[in-house]
Design a protein around this ligand. Structure first.
Ligand code: CAA
Length: 258
């Protein structure tokens, strides 16, 4: 596989692992890292041998935000013309489920990257925040939109307007994280969740991520209509027949598409 400078990449069974690896900058997200993450994530997404992806950082930081030193001297025109964070839209659109395994700081773009994932597992050391106002800017990788949907408008405004950090317990109470685990168990837990997902039938998992994504964007009526169609379409798959036959025969399903 291609060599990367800012990330470590690994495949274990049907799970693709991406570890952000800029320890000197607390995994700050620079342009190179964005391109590398998007490149490998897109490859994983296109590979039917991969059923789930884990994105993680270090014990100290998932990511402390977009790279401030890289952005500092840019003009508004530079940001527009180079579409500075544009690549992340491709990451957010992956159909393979992505699990963010977060320890330490997940700030600014780091929190926003976690929110582009389907599941957020937090170590009890995790700290989330959108501190961009401290820099004279606002969230720029989706924070003002995804955080409102994740935690509601009042908690989101509290975080975005004050720039304060919240710990893992508050993040879990607020609905930002799926589970909190002891820091030492984070990667084991992330691997177990990823393997559990990767053992399912891929067409049903792709269908599930599509309707879950739609739930963030559409009206209830539209979303229910989409769900009904997608649900019906799965009855044309071999894996639906196998899954239901296995239930009736009281055995484990042997899905073809996984
Ligand atoms: N960009 C670039 N470098 C960063 C960085 C970032 N976002 N965060 C940390 N670093 C660098 C520091 O500059 C430092 O490097 P040097 O040793 O070369 O000075 C190194 O990482 C270690 O950081 P600290 O010495 O600051 O570590 P600390 O333990 O004292 O503090 C911290 C940790 C509270 C996370 C602090 O580093 C910090 O506040 N970082 C910036 C957080 C931030 O503002 N994030 C938002 C960025 S803007 C954004 O993300 C926009 C968007 O919406 C997309």
């Amino acid at each position: 596989m291609t060599e990367y400078d800012t990330i470590l990449v690994d495949t274990r069974g049907r799970v693709g692992w991406i570890t952000l690896n800029r320890p000197e900058a607390l995994n700050a997200l620079n342009g190179r890292l964005m391109h590398e993450v998007v490149d490998v994530a897109t490859r994983f997404d296109a590979d039917p041998g991969i059923g789930a992806i884990v994105v993680t950082g270090s014990d100290r930081a998932f990511a402390a935000g977009a790279d401030i030193k890289e952005m500092e001297d840019k003009t508004g025109l530079d940001m527009v013309m180079e579409d500075h964070f544009g690549g992340w839209a491709r990451f957010a659109a992956l159909r393979t489920p992505v699990i963010a395994a977060v320890a330490g700081y997940a700030l600014g773009g780091g929190c926003e990257l976690a929110m582009m994932c389907d599941i957020i597992l937090a170590a009890d050391t995790a700290r989330f925040g959108q501190p961009e106002v401290n820099l004279g800017v606002i969230p720029g990788m989706g924070g003002s939109q995804r955080l409102v949907r994740a935690v509601g408008p009042y908690k989101a405004a509290d975080l975005i307007l004050t720039g304060r950090m919240m710990d893992a317990a508050e993040a879990e109470r607020s609905g930002l994280v799926s589970r909190v685990v002891p820091a030492g168990d984070l990667l084991t837990e992330a691997g177990a969740v990823a393997e559990q997902i990767a053992a399912k039938s891929l067409p049903s998992i792709y269908a599930a991520t599509a309707v879950l994504d739609a739930a963030q964007e559409t009206t209830l009526a539209e979303g229910l209509r989409l769900e009904r169609h997608v649900f019906a379409s799965l009855f044309d798959t071999e894996d639906q027949k196998e899954g239901m036959a296995a239930f009736r025969e009281k055995r484990a399903a042997e899905f073809r598409h996984r």
